[in-house]
Design a binder for this molecule. Structure first.
Ligand code: GLC
Ligand code: MG
Length: 677
């Protein structure tokens, strides 16, 4: 050991080196060749007192000179250098792999793309306090329902303070919760609990109008200098004609005389919903402040209400009549005029893009994308709707709601279903994300208007089309419209009561909507004994169970999320399409019968399909697992089949005109990753 070689004095002072690993005295002697005295001098650490000496710990280190002596020798240097360069190479390789993976990876889908959007009509979802009207605590009690259905995004209709003339779409205070629905604390609790459970909350946002009870309107009527131009005012008086022929969406003139101010104000909806003047920069700033208020609270997105109405032409000229010969006094409905001056005005998209830019500030928080959907019924003018998608450089809404499938009942059939789907797919700007709506609080329930037998087929189509499906509460169990007598009527305008009846949770009193008192603001549908969540949860073949399985499959199977969508066939009865992903073995053929007759579908001309097809899921559970030859696929009216098959032969390369893809990606099976292609 080194100690033996060291001079005595040194040995005494440096017993600390004893046992230091790798300390080979033979080498030491051979290498230094210097005389012991010199070595002693250089290796000595000056320790003057015994006390200092005792404080030294064993193995505290090796004198620098000794260390250097050995470290330069080949047997230490070479491995060290090898290790060093190996580390450098590994780091570089890791960096290269990381960069390649990032460069090759397609963008991840965001939460609003992965899950359907579930619409809660708050008044009707769940009443926690027994006053007959649904509330925020009610929703909180039912959050597990969304988890059961594999739903992550929940849009809640307005809960702002409101006189409820249009059930919350007439807002008295944009920064408060109406006591009927709960308190701000209830909202905070709900939001926290939703986030806990991985759910996202989308709020209704109403930029077009306020309630006539809003503070701003009062100040505007009073000609307060700051608020005078917050609304659209025009000269008129009680007796003289209205400023022009414009009509409200809910019928009759969109002008109402206000005797306090002595002028008419514009309202594109109820007279209790005066239109804001969004041309006034102060009004725009108010809207932006409200956006910030809710996003700062943590709300995950907005459904922008009635956006096509937010600007009107300042010249206030008459709108052209659809029938020029109709006497002007008979011009009373929305359908009597072309809305050249009250909808989709120049500047509308600039405004929405401005709002979006404000929202995007919050989207920069990692994992916290803030979502925007817009509501605009443009009927035949699909290009107007598509404008809300923005441009490649200017973001607007993530999607404008696609209402075309609401027209399915008009002509229910295979080719009509394809026509409506295609209206969106062929007109949607490249690279955008589709979405599908089959019902909402303004439209008859689809199972009533299309016919109850089609609800499963409709849900199946909804959940297998590309893009984001929207589900209006109750569609997952096949709820239908209620019949309303005159005395039960609640909706002052278009009578939208039938589709707003209480959610059917179970077979108990009030269908479980309100289990405290016997009050419900609208009657419960009489079918609630069988059509309810609890009963359908227990039944594997129920509308609800099918919705769940379809949604689970949709989210776990890549071809549904990111794959191609290709038309296969559309006739009087059947609409058939497939979903496939490049590099992915599993593909899905959908055959859905929207007709009135049983159909035998012959797909033998489609070479890319295998000869035999196995049913993974039918809307009629009896047919699950059934094997069909592709030349003879049998479906009953209202039946949908999902057939899974395995192949690497792709349909889309041979039929580009029949196929669409959003967020294109390819799959590499060997390492189970998606890559850009
Ligand atoms: C939207 C809402 C509707 C409301 C109207 C006015 O269309 O969906 O319910 O009555 O805007 O705010
Ligand atoms: Mg307006």
């Amino acid at each position: 050991r080194l100690q033996d070689k060291l001079p005595k004095s040194h040995k005494e002072k440096h017993s600390l080196v004893q046992g230091n690993p790798g300390f080979d005295d033979a080498d030491a002697a051979e290498n230094t060749g210097s005389d012991p005295g010199e070595r002693q001098e250089s290796a000595t650490v000056k320790l003057d007192t015994d006390e200092e000496y005792n404080q030294l710990q064993p193995y505290a280190g090796m004198p620098k000179e000794v260390l250097l002596l050995y470290s330069t020798r080949a047997r230490y240097r070479v491995p060290r250098e090898i290790l060093f360069w190996l580390t450098v190479c590994c780091m570089l390789a890791l960096l290269a792999v990381t960069i390649t993976v990032i460069a090759l990876s397609p963008r991840c889908l965001s939460w609003w793309q992965v899950s359907p959007v579930y619409q809660v009509y708050l008044r009707s979802f769940k009443d926690s306090d027994g006053d007959g009207v649904g509330d925020l605590r009610g929703i909180k009690e039912k959050l597990d329902h969304f988890l059961e259905l594999h739903i992550k995004s929940v849009w809640i209709s307005p809960f702002y303070r409101s006189p409820m003339k249009d059930f919350g779409y007439d807002v008295e205070d944009f920064q408060d919760v109406d006591p009927l629905f709960g308190s701000m604390k209830d909202l905070d609790d709900l939001l926290a609990e939703m986030h806990n459970k991985g759910l996202k909350l989308i709020m209704d946002f109403i930029p077009n109008h306020t309630s006539d009870r809003h503070r701003w309107f009062n100040l505007s009527r009073n000609r307060d200098p700051l608020y005078e131009d917050y609304y659209i005012w025009a000269d008129c008086n009680v007796t003289s004609p209205k400023p022009n022929n414009w009509v409200s969406v809910f019928g009759n003139s969109s002008w109402t005389y206000d005797d306090f101010r002595g002028q008419c104000y514009l309202h594109q909806f109820l007279k209790e919903q005066p239109d804001l003047n969004l041309r006034n920069p102060r009004v725009r700033q108010e809207i932006i402040d409200i956006i910030h208020f809710w996003l700062a609270k943590g709300v995950d997105g907005f459904r922008m209400d009635a956006v096509k109405h937010i600007l009107e032409a300042s010249h206030l000229r008459d709108e052209p009549q659809v029938d020029p010969n109709k006497p002007p006094e008979l011009i009373t409905t929305e359908w009597d005029l072309y809305h050249d001056y009250t909808t989709s005005q120049v500047g509308l998209h600039d405004l929405l893009r401005e709002f979006r830019a404000e929202m995007d500030v919050y989207s920069r928080e990692p994992g916290n994308y803030r979502f925007m959907a817009t509501e605009s019924y443009d009927y035949q003018e699909v290009d107007k709707t598509m404008m809300y998608y923005g441009t490649p450089l200017l973001k607007e809404s993530d999607f404008p709601f696609n209402f075309y499938l609401l027209d399915l009942p008009q002509n229910i059939s295979g080719w009509w279903a394809k026509h409506l789907v295609d209206l969106w797919m062929t007109n949607m700007p490249r690279g955008k994300w589709p979405n599908w709506v089959v019902g909402n609080h303004d439209r008859s329930r689809i199972s009533s208007s299309a016919g109850k037998i089609y609800i499963r087929a409709i849900n199946m189509m909804l959940l297998t089309l590309p893009g984001t499906p929207t589900t209006y509460y109750g569609e997952e169990i096949g709820m239908e419209n209620i019949n309303i007598t005159k005395s039960q009527m609640q909706d002052p305008s278009a009578s939208r009561d039938p589709e707003r009846s209480p959610m059917q949770w179970n077979g108990d009193m009030n269908a479980g909507f309100n289990n405290k008192t016997n009050i419900t603001w609208l009657p419960v549908h009489p079918d609630y004994q069988t059509v309810n969540v609890e009963a359908q949860m227990k039944d594997e073949g129920s509308v609800l169970s099918q919705y769940r399985s379809l949604n689970r499959l949709r989210q776990s199977e890549l071809p549904f999320q990111r794959g191609w969508f290709c038309y296969i066939l559309a006739d009087t009865n059947v609409f058939s399409y497939l979903r496939e992903l490049d590099g992915h073995k599993r593909a899905y053929l959908m055959v859905i019968n929207f007709g009135k007759q049983s159909a035998t579908t012959d797909l033998s001309s489609i070479q890319e399909l295998p000869a035999d097809l196995k049913v993974l899921m039918s809307t009629n559970p009896v047919n699950d697992g059934k094997l069909f030859q592709k030349s003879r696929i049998l479906t009953e009216p209202g039946e949908g089949l999902m057939m899974q098959y395995s192949t690497y032969t792709r349909f889309h390369p041979n039929h580009p005109a029949e196929c669409f893809v959003s967020e294109k990606a390819c799959y590499m099976e060997t390492i189970d990753i998606l890559y850009k292609c």
